[in-house]
Design a protein around this ligand. Structure first.
Ligand code: TZP
Ligand code: MG
Length: 415
């Protein structure tokens, strides 16, 4: 889900700096909503925000400012119900009932509120029951264009997932209690971003099983992924070590629709820019690849970012980074990867899972390296949330059957 921040209607001390810090932390869209501000006050606030972030800002007043500042767009409301400018800007509006969601085609997105009891407006209580939201979700009224608003924080954000909202807009949980010394919107946003990351991968629900492509004598990259998909794998990582980018692009462009037709997630190894260009579901980054913070900035909040770790120290170093999952390995020796780190084995995973819990690190971990179908249950029993597999599938006599066995063992563990 995308995360959108709405400013407080109050004046906040050092607000431009705090907004710059939010963008630096990877914020995709900021709504400036200041009903009591004059145009001059809007201008002053915009002038204090780094120009490179202006195209991520939407405004609720003084729509003509979109022209001078090259802003992302406007949010229509009762005070300003129309945009009459001639720029092709991003337009959103608010809705307070499911019936109002009928006309969403005319907008880039629509806020639906209050989903939960508001944090900033005391006494503004949730207007939607679980049943109403579930029905609206089933009949498609709640979809990727609908952004939940009202009472969203780290605790309530995960509850949104089952309804299929395209995102969440937050205000109170970022700006609440602005006068306390600890008021750090950036930190609050990063925590929310981490919660959002964990939701995206669905790793906490059942087996997370990622197939990693590898070229063998028998199969090319595309064929290898296709067999894993036919065996029921729902998560493909296109890893083409030493291939030039054009070659990766060509395979990726064919594989992306194939994954979609199997309802599977499609990740690229290494190539952040290509991930953005072809709109892959995510990217897996090694230690020498792009920093996850920069990748998050480039890709936005909806994209999955995974990172490789070999030790607890690696995981600890990433703890404030907006990553969705960690690939931790190697479980045992494998030829698939060159320059392998020391093997961890089950005991290594047990120790690292304990260290993570002791240090309150909850990023889901996927085991990798030489894993076979028989390893799945023992690995999951250590508290690891999933597995990434390559050679056990590609070296099998029947890769489709081998994939099915891994899925089956994951299912057995769930029961
Ligand atoms: N990183 C650590 S091991 C590995 C990667 C990419 C390869 C995993 O493949 P296999 O063949 O399942 O060991
Ligand atoms: Mg890499």
């Amino acid at each position: 889900m995308r995360l959108i921040v709405i400013t407080s209607s109050e004046r906040i001390e050092g607000e431009s700096d705090k907004i710059n810090a939010l963008f630096e932390a990877g914020l995709e869209i900021l709504h400036i909503r200041k009903p009591d501000f004059s145009k001059k006050e809007y201008v002053d606030l915009l002038d204090g925000i780094n120009q490179k972030y202006h195209n991520r800002i939407k405004i609720h007043e003084f729509f003509e400012l979109t022209e001078n500042y090259n802003l992302l767009g406007v949010h229509l409301n009762a005070r300003n119900p129309n945009y009459t400018g001639n720029k092709n800007v991003n337009i959103s509006k608010s809705a307070h009932s499911i019936e109002e969601l009928e006309a969403v085609v005319d907008y880039d997105y629509v806020f639906l509120s209050p989903i939960f009891d508001s944090i900033s407006k005391k006494g503004y209580l949730s207007n939607f029951s679980d049943e109403t939201l579930t029905t609206a979700s089933l009949n498609g009224k709640i979809n990727q264009k609908i952004i939940a608003l009202g009472g969203i924080n780290q605790q309530t954000l995960p509850k949104l997932k089952k309804y299929g909202f395209g995102g969440a807009a937050v205000l109170g949980c970022i700006w609440d209690k602005p006068h306390c010394e600890e008021h750090n919107p950036e930190k609050r946003f990063m925590k929310l971003q981490l919660t959002n990351c964990k939701e995206k991968t669905q790793i906490n629900k059942g087996l997370a099983f990622q197939f990693i492509t590898h070229r063998t004598e028998k199969y090319d990259y595309y064929q290898s992924a296709e067999m894993a998909l036919l065996g029921g794998c729902k998560w493909i990582q296109l890893r083409m070590k030493n291939a030039d980018i054009e070659e990766v692009r060509q395979v990726a462009l064919r594989l992306k629709p194939l994954c979609k037709s199997h309802n599977a997630v499609f990740l690229l190894n290494d190539h952040v820019e290509l991930c953005k260009e072809i709109e892959a579901d995510g990217v897996h980054l090694g230690k020498t690849d792009m920093n996850p913070l920069d990748a998050r900035q480039l890709l936005g909040n909806n994209v999955i970012i995974g990172s490789t770790c070999n030790t607890f120290e690696d995981i600890d170093n990433l703890k404030d980074r907006p990553i969705d999952y960690i690939g931790l390995g190697p479980f045992r020796f494998t030829d698939t990867k060159k320059g392998l780190s020391p093997v961890l084995g089950l005991e290594g995973y047990r120790q690292i899972v304990t260290q993570c819990i002791d240090n309150k690190i909850y990023t889901p971990i996927v085991a990798i390296g030489g894993i076979t179908a028989d390893d799945v249950i023992p690995i999951l029993q250590t508290g690891i949330k999933g597995v990434a597999v390559s050679s056990a599938i590609l070296q099998a006599e029947n890769p489709v059957e081998a994939t099915k066995r891994i899925c089956l063992n994951g299912d057995l563990y769930e029961k």
